[in-house]
Design a protein around this ligand. Structure first.
Ligand code: UDX
Ligand code: UDX
Length: 435
């Protein structure tokens, strides 16, 4: 059993803390947000993540997981401290490091014994060195410490399983002994462990996310070509995926990527390249292809309906992906804006993201039930591929709609089946199936 402190109980920090506790460690989860911590102590989760509430409660009951706002309490007796605070985008796409810096200073001022400080947040290349310098400067008296990078690769919606079954653990440090100790912590996960230097570890995270974003933008561009030429992108992706050099994952064409990571990480990588006189041609195109998708959804729907003025449009799903309540850079935000600009009235339904979405789209009328939302709509758009949408009673939906128009911007339905019900149906990149 090791003692760990995790700073930041957001999407990444809370999952990290609960999972390390479940592996048998004693974990203090620390956050400056007193309300969050007070609620967590009562078993109320600040975010929606499948399985998280049960995991947190089990480990609190077992006396392995504690919540605090006090650095003095969180760091007492701790050997490892993970920084998992947010790193949002700044005005020019650069990562905003103010929260990481605040955490580094607070650690420096409150540590009483040697520590291994581990960056879990996605931070620009060179931040590990910066954190080391900041801690050194802010310490009231010198106490030895090491800085290690151990980036997270957790997908929202499957974060617990991603933590427990990682493809690999990446550990970066110039201090080999510290890196080995962090490796020991991760041994129960039985995944390959890559030990490298700090900057390389930081870069592995950016390069991985940028590659996955590139893969999605690539298949989206292929989807448009498929649609124009009469091929079906779903079958193209399946056919490509058997080739192990390509792999079957992250080839779902649709409305493009959003969320708290891909958008800000690709932007930050572009920014770092430009600052260092490298032209990131590919990454710029990957971003452009992605954001054009969102506008294209609105334009294509306008084509289907012969204009959007006065039309009532229902959005099936608002979160940036399924199984989360996260609205950060969700494609729905751009779609809503585009629809409103063209004079449409917009309705929304999401199984869990409704409350996070409401303040971000006050003009949208929210419904607690997809059937109620459909009643009187001129069209529905599938924006988030929640499982429950795959099982909707489409015959009933058709009866409720004013005009039976369905734009499946996530390719979740079988085009023939939907059309046979009498829908005017459009998907993404499914030319052979009438796209
Ligand atoms: C994380 C990572 O940090 C980010 O780099 C990664 O790419 C995506 O995931 P996330 O967990 O999504 O961020 O952030 P968020 O849900 O905003 O949670 C951050 C938490 O840190 C909040 O609860 C906030 O109150 C807390 N915080 C912030 C601190 O405890 N101390 C601070 O100084 C600042
Ligand atoms: C991502 C990384 O996958 C994860 O390793 C970590 O670094 C955090 O960032 P996350 O953003 O939570 O995870 O979800 P992910 O499943 O990667 O989806 C990202 C976006 O791409 C979503 O908007 C999703 O809908 C979209 N997507 C994903 C597609 O459009 N097509 C795909 O084939 C896969």
């Amino acid at each position: 059993m090791k003692q760990i402190c995790v700073i930041g109980v957001g999407y990444v920090g809370l999952v990290t803390a609960a999972c390390f506790a479940d592996l048998g460690n004693r974990v203090y989860a620390l956050d400056i947000d007193e309300k969050r911590i007070a609620k967590l102590k009562q078993g109320i989760m600040p975010i929606y993540e499948p399985g998280l509430k049960e995991l947190v409660e089990r480990n609190m009951r077992a006396g392995r997981l504690f919540f605090t706002t006090s650095y003095a309490e969180g760091l007492a007796g701790t050997e490892f401290v993970f920084i998992a605070v947010g790193t949002p985008s700044g005005a020019n796409g650069e990562a905003d490091l103010r929260y990481v810096e605040a955490a580094a200073k607070a650690i420096a001022q409150n540590m009483t014994a040697p520590l291994i400080i581990i960056n879990k947040s996605t931070v620009p290349i060179g931040t590990g060195d910066l954190v080391a310098e900041m801690v050194k400067q802010a310490q009231p008296r010198p106490i030895p410490f090491s800085v290690v990078s151990c980036p997270e690769f957790l997908r929202e919606g499957s974060a617990i399983s991603d933590f427990m079954n990682p493809y690999r653990t990446v550990i970066g440090s110039l201090d080999r002994e510290a890196a080995e100790k962090v490796a020991q912590l991760h041994l129960p996960l039985r995944a390959p462990i890559v030990i490298t230097d700090l900057r390389t570890a930081e870069m592995i995270k950016y390069a991985s996310n940028a590659f996955l974003a590139t893969k999605i933008s690539f298949i989206n561009e292929i989807a448009d070509i498929c649609e124009a030429l009469g091929a079906d992108v779903k079958e193209v992706a399946a056919g490509m995926g058997y080739d192990k050099r390509i792999g079957p994952y992250f080839l779902d064409a649709g409305i493009g990527w959003g969320g708290s990571c891909f958008p800000k990480d690709v932007l930050a990588l572009i920014y770092m390249a430009e600052q260092n006189h490298v032209q990131p041609h590919l990454l710029r195109a990957v971003t452009k292809v992605n954001y054009d998708r969102r506008h294209a959804v609105v334009e294509r729907l306008a084509e289907m309906l012969g204009g959007l003025q006065g039309k009532v449009i229902g959005l099936l799903g608002l979160a940036f992906k399924e199984n989360t309540d996260d609205m950060r850079d969700a494609p729905s935000l751009t779609v809503v804006q585009g629809l409103l600009e063209r004079g449409a009235r917009v309705r929304g339904y999401d199984p869990v993201a409704q409350e996070t979405a409401r303040p971000l789209m006050p003009q949208v009328e929210m419904f607690d039930d997809p059937y109620q939302m459909a009643e009187g709509c001129d069209a529905l758009i599938v924006v988030t591929p929640w499982n429950e949408f795959k099982h909707l009673d489409l015959a009933r939906i058709k009866q409720l709609l004013k005009t039976p128009v369905l734009f499946d911007a996530r390719n979740i339905y079988n085009p023939q089946e939907v059309r046979s019900l009498g829908f005017k149906y459009r998907a993404i990149g499914r030319g052979f199936n009438g796209g």
